[in-house]
Structure formats: C-alpha cells, structure tokens
Design a protein around this ligand. Structure first.
Ligand code: C5P
Length: 314
C-alpha cells in the first residue's frame, strides 16, 4: 500500500523570525450607547487605522517569553497579564498546540493613550503566532479569538476604515474609494484608564432623560465619500470626549493649540488622552505638528497617514 506522503497543501510551521507590523487606531466617529449587563457599552463607531506602528517579532522557543523596547519599556508588565502573552495562549489553546515562542515587541504606540495599543499588540501576536506555528487560520477565526482579548482587536487585524458595532468587536469594512488623510497625533504625558473614562461618561449622563441616543455614523460616512478634509473635519465626533476632558481638563488646551496651529479639526482619540487633528495635506500636517510642539501642550506631536492596513507580516 502507498504510504501517506507529506501534505503539500496548507501552511507549515515557519522557522522564524516572523516580523509583524500593526497600526494604531483612531475613531472618526464614536457613538456610545448605554451600559450593557456585561459591563460593555453598545458602540457605533468608525475605526480608522493610522501610520503609527508597533512591531512584534516571533522566534522559535521551548517556552513562551516576551521582551520589549521602545515606548513604555519598564512600565508595561511582560508577564501573563500582558495582552501579547494572553493572545498567544488563547491561540495555542484554540489550535491545540503548545504556546512556545520568543516574542519581542518594538513599541511606538503609547500606553493607555486611546489609540488601542494593547489591542494592536494582541492582533500582532495572533498573526505572528499563526504564521510561526503554521496554523493557517483565517482572519475571521483570529478575530473571534481576538474579540475575547480586547474590543479593538478584530479591527486591528482588519485595518483600513471600518464600521464597529456591538462593543466594537463586530467589524465591517467601509467600501469607499481610498483617500489618504493626513493626521497629527498629539501624544500626552501619561495615560487615561479606558474603564474610568467610560464610568465618567456614565456619571455625566446619570439622571438625564431621555437617555442619550446612540448616534449613528451616517454623517461621517457621507463625509468620507466626499473626500474633502473640511467636510470630514466637520463630521468628526466622539462621545467619550466630554468624559476625557472632565478627567483631564488640560486636554482643552491641546485642542485649542491644535486649532491655533491651523488644524482643520481636532478630537480626543477614543478614551484619550491622545488628541488627533486633521490636516489638508502632508505639508499642512507638518506645520500643525510644529505648532503643537512649539506650544508645549503635549509630550510630542507627530504626523500619521490613514488609512493603513491591519496587522501583517513584513
Ligand atoms: O475591550 P477592552 O479591553 O478594550 O475594554 C476595556 C474596558 O473599557 C472594558 O472593560 C469596559 O470597562 C470599557 N468598555 C466599555 N464599552 C466598550 C468597550 C470598552 O465600557 N464598548
């Protein structure tokens, strides 16, 4: 009888290293509905991936380890609580393989910044380990694993510009002619706790009747189609902004400084404290970033383009 030959179909384990790059996200529209029984808020959001990246390298190993360099080194726990370790373990459990890898993170996305850095790193770990271990899982399967780890993980596997519903984990792409948008990202000193910002929003809303409606993304979607930065700027909106400003009143100075530096519009990114500003083109973005840096209202202002692809091997 004929022996079973090697299976030429399907992926194989990768010898490593596997390098994955993952973008940060902003929310062009973030409508927050009521608190659900499971502790999350119902969301209606438009996600947008921008050119500020973390990089995760996966090598073969006989245990699971994580090291890092860059932003947050010495501050970010590298133990079992880290979202990268949790992502690797969740994927290994799902695929019934041992969670063996040596992972190294090069971090640029600030911690607790409202840019989904933690979810981005979890997305990068899912892609890196899937390739290293030769699992060949689909993005949808990885997104299912990722949704358990952080609301923004499915989007960061996907990238681009997309609608988010549920608690953010249900992602559908927005079909539009690609337009490059120019952003300035004002990175703050120190972070804000996402749960604390949501709690602050609940207490700001407490007692108001009728309850705040969950605002839809229609106006923002229409603005995206017009491809005019002035129109997009007018449509940007974030229900968490008032809560972030309430916890960190100095953010008003950042928004004002961006306006004075000539930005078309500015908003708090997600739960903050990062603020993002829309510019007309690359040169204008440089000018706005220089103005913000001169004003001394943030740790650093950098330019970034969107949309960007999601987590992928480079
Ligand atoms: O999913 P993720 O880990 O990013 O969420 C962090 C926290 O932010 C949640 O535990 C919850 O307190 C809050 N959150 C929320 N509603 C959402 C997403 C996050 O209240 N839709």
């Amino acid at each position: 009888t004929e022996a079973w030959g090697p299976d030429d179909e399907g992926p194989r384990p990768h010898p490593g290293p596997v390098r994955v790059r993952v973008p940060a996200k902003i929310n062009l529209h973030l409508g927050v509905g009521p608190l659900r029984p499971d502790g999350y808020h119902e969301l209606n959001t438009v996600y947008h991936a921008i050119g500020l990246f973390d990089e995760l390298t996966a090598r073969r190993g006989d245990t699971l380890t994580l090291t890092m360099e860059g932003v947050g080194t010495g501050e970010l726990a590298l133990d079992e609580s880290n979202l990268i370790i949790r992502a690797a373990r969740a994927l290994a459990a799902r695929a019934r393989v041992p969670a063996f890898a040596r992972l190294h993170l090069r971090k640029s996305i600030p911690l607790a910044g409202g840019l989904a850095g933690g979810s981005a790193d979890a997305a990068a770990a899912l892609i890196a380990c899937d390739v290293l271990w030769g699992l060949g899982m689909s993005r949808d399967e990885l997104a299912e694993v990722g949704a358990q780890l952080g609301s923004d993980v499915p989007f960061l596997l996907h990238g681009g510009t997309a609608l988010g519903t549920g608690h953010g984990e249900a992602v559908s792409p927005i079909l539009a002619r690609p337009t490059a948008w120019h952003w300035v990202v004002a990175i703050a000193d120190g972070g804000l706790s996402t749960p604390a910002v949501y709690r602050e929003l609940d207490s700001l809303r407490d007692g108001s009747w009728p309850p705040a409606p969950l605002s839809g993304p229609d106006q923002l979607m229409a603005a995206l189609r017009q491809r005019d930065p002035e129109v997009l700027g007018a449509a940007l909106g974030n229900d968490l902004q008032a809560a972030a400003l309430s916890l960190r009143p100095q953010l008003a100075d950042v928004l004002k400084a961006g306006h004075e530096a000539g930005a078309i519009a500015g908003i708090v990114s997600g739960s903050g404290p990062t603020c993002v500003f829309l510019a007309a083109d690359a040169g204008h973005a440089q000018q706005v970033a220089a103005g913000l840096n001169a004003a001394g209202v943030c740790r650093e202002a950098v330019t970034a383009r969107g949309p960007q692809p999601g987590a992928r091997v480079i």
